[in-house]
Design a protein around this ligand. Structure first.
Ligand code: ADP
Ligand code: ADP
Length: 234
């Protein structure tokens, strides 16, 4: 069952000087429940692809389907709703510095109109899921990188998304912390069945948790398939 399907996608940017084609001939199917990796060097087109998946960028050509819905056909309201079913985490965590751990996790729930007490209860459940209960009242400045990413993961899961997009989520972390965050993502995938899309420039991230992968090189998909069939292991 496809949760994200991309058909003949092309994305070009028109600048004052020239036209930059960041993506071309992109065809991709991400199935429900898998951990899908997108790997490529800097400038390959990964960020642009992520921004097309959540429709922050409109494709120049081609289509993006989310859960069977053609995203180009959605009204602004429907698009907002669809975006709520796509959680995101980033390299730089993007936490609100003036809010505590619990305050950060409650934030998307408040925006969705969840009553305050219910939001707090849900936030504590999520904090337990990411293993950071004792840091409920800490501010981001008091947390390590790995702890900050755990808070960001809890916040991204608050509205029960169908997909979690991870954009270079471990690139600012040391190898040991990277492994613990990847283990957490794997656990969340297994326990909640949520589809995870991992964007990275690091092969070890793909090898550690992904089931399928697309290799992006110079704005095109160079190869795609199951990780065990694409990479031979020693
Ligand atoms: P990656 O995330 O793999 O590093 P990007 O998607 O950020 O790659 O960029 C792919 C290419 O598209 C780069 O050449 C980049 O400069 C260009 N690009 C991305 N966004 C824009 C934009 N808004 N305007 C012009 N060029 C852009
Ligand atoms: P990331 O660090 O996630 O790869 P970038 O730094 O590439 O993100 O891009 C940040 C923003 O700048 C995005 O909105 C992207 O579309 C835009 N951008 C990237 N490259 C260019 C470019 N060459 N010209 C104009 N805008 C760009």
């Amino acid at each position: 069952n496809a949760i994200i399907r991309i058909e003949n996608l092309e994305k070009s940017f028109i600048t004052k000087k020239n036209t930059v084609t960041a993506l071309r001939d992109i065809n991709l199917t991400i199935r429900e429940g898998e951990i899908f990796g997108i790997i490529g060097m800097s400038g390959a087109g990964k960020s642009t692809l992520v921004r097309c998946i959540n429709y922050l960028e409109r494709p120049t050509k081609g289509k993006v389907f989310f859960n069977g819905l053609d995203m180009s056909k959605l009204s602004r309201r429907e698009l907002e709703k669809t975006r709520q079913s796509i959680g995101m985490i980033f390299q730089q965590f993007n936490l609100l510095m003036q809010r505590t751990t619990i305050g950060n996790i409650c934030f998307p729930l408040e925006i969705a109109g969840v009553p305050k007490e219910e939001a707090r209860k849900r936030a504590y459940e999520l904090l337990e899921l990411v293993g950071l209960k004792e840091k409920d009242k800490a501010y981001p400045s008091e947390l390590s990188g790995g702890q900050k990413q755990r808070v960001a993961i809890a916040r991204a899961l608050a509205n029960n998304p169908k997909v979690l997009l991870c954009d270079e989520a471990t690139s600012a972390l040391d190898p040991k912390t990277t492994r613990s965050i990847l283990a957490l993502l794997k656990d969340i995938n297994a326990r909640m069945g949520i589809t995870i899309v991992v964007i990275t420039h690091e092969m070890r991230v793909i090898e550690e948790i992904c089931t399928s992968v697309a290799i992006i090189d110079d704005s095109r998909i160079a190869e795609t398939g199951r990780v065990d069939s694409i990479f031979t292991r020693p």
